[in-house]
Write a protein that binds this ligand. Structure first.
Ligand code: 3PG
Length: 369
């Protein structure tokens, strides 16, 4: 794989770089993390004299849904970069400018079809292609995969960091390796559980995921959300062994909405002794303060463990970190500058797939070039 970082200034000067980022951000105010994460590569390119065409999708639009336009991001990026970012509504009427942001690529149906002609049209806008969108690299989309057929293609600074940090917890982790899993669905995380079953010392389960495990054991879950799925014997045999379930819970109107105090203490004690931690998914419905304590306690334990290498990911987990008034510094974007032990991934589904050992089309495409 070729990395943008390795290019010399004379290889970038006066070139136009097609830069794929992930601006799949619902609200720029609430999700500053993903927004900040796109800045270093744009700055690197402009500092080295390149022009930049920024490409991204936003949401899952059915046609041109104006609420999912990327237009507001041109202003926001201009402010954050201190440079004008012009907005291109369509590929045809492309404005001149040092930095141009193209409209939500999912407004073009060809994007998700990985259409080669569309990719070629995008490629005609630049001289080189840089993928800095780890979070969408699990999608075989035209601006992620097919485009690499038409331009010299490189991994951006963020993508490089993501791969480096995820590879570290997958291949060079220290034991004990503790994996904290929460959020809604077990089905999203089966791949990760399978891939780490032989390596991890334990999985600490919280969030609605725990309900699915309870239900599988025939325990009552009231009106709580759970999935009616069958799990492999390899996984079920580890329940109560490597797969640790909550011993108590916060219940409201017949719903389990957070892990209980005893569980938070037990999980916190395990986290304290970990040498490597992977965390994806909050422990409860943290959006409501009444049900945020479990997630808060786990956050505190993770950030207080000064020895462990930590990878945290998933949109909701990062949102929960932002909500919690931490005495511990969370890096504004994943450069790891403030605390190099802790890496916060911008990936949701992409991080889960990568940690499940799957090959991501966006990354594989770069390896071929
Ligand atoms: C994400 O937020 O995980 C990525 O932007 C991918 O979005 P998608 O699941 O809609 O493809």
């Amino acid at each position: 794989m070729k990395y943008l970082r390795q290019l010399k200034p004379n290889q970038l000067k006066n070139k136009t770089c097609l830069l794929r980022v992930d601006l799949n951000i619902e609200s720029p105010e609430k999700d500053a993390f993903r927004l900040q994460a796109v800045l270093p590569t744009i700055k690197f390119l402009t500092k080295n004299g390149a022009k930049v065409v920024i490409l991204s999708h936003r949401g899952r639009p059915q046609g041109r849904e104006s609420r999912l336009s990327l237009k507001p991001f041109a202003k926001i990026l201009s402010r954050l970069l201190g440079k004008e970012v012009r907005f291109a509504d369509r590929i045809k009427s492309f404005p001149a400018g040092d930095i141009v942001l193209l409209e939500n690529l999912r407004f073009f149906p060809e994007e998700e079809k990985n259409d080669r002609q569309f990719a070629k049209k995008l490629a005609s806008l630049g001289d080189i292609f840089v993928n800095d969108a780890f979070a969408v690299s699990h999608r075989a989309n035209a601006s992620v995969e097919a485009v690499t057929e038409f331009l010299p293609s490189y991994a951006g600074l963020l993508l490089e960091k993501e791969i480096e940090n995820l590879d570290a917890v997958m291949k060079r982790f220290k034991k004990p390796l503790v994996i904290i899993l929460g959020g809604a669905k077990v089905s999203d995380k089966i791949g990760l559980i399978n891939n780490f079953l032989g390596k991890a010392d334990c999985f600490l389960i919280g969030g609605a995921m725990a309900n699915t495990f309870f239900a599988l054991q025939g325990l009552p879950v009231g009106d709580s959300f759970y999935e009616k799925i069958k799990l492999d014997g390899k996984i079920t045999r580890e329940i109560g062994e490597k797969i640790i379930l909550p011993v108590d819970a916060v219940i409201y109107k017949r719903k389990i909405l957070d892990i209980g105090r005893e569980t938070a203490k037990e999980y916190g004690d395990i986290v304290k002794k970990a040498a490597t931690i992977i965390w994806n998914g909050p422990m409860g419905m943290f959006e409501d303060k009444k049900f945020a304590k479990g997630t808060e306690k786990i956050t505190t334990a993770v950030f207080k463990n000064r020895k462990a290498g930590v990878v945290i990911g998933g949109g909701e987990t990062v949102a929960s970190l932002n909500k919690i008034d931490l005495r511990f510094k969370i890096p504004a974007y994943p450069t790891g500058r403030q605390d190099s032990r802790i890496f916060i991934s911008t990936g949701g589904g992409a991080m889960l797939e990568y940690l499940a050992g799957k090959k991501l089309p966006g990354i594989e495409a770069l390896k071929k070039r």
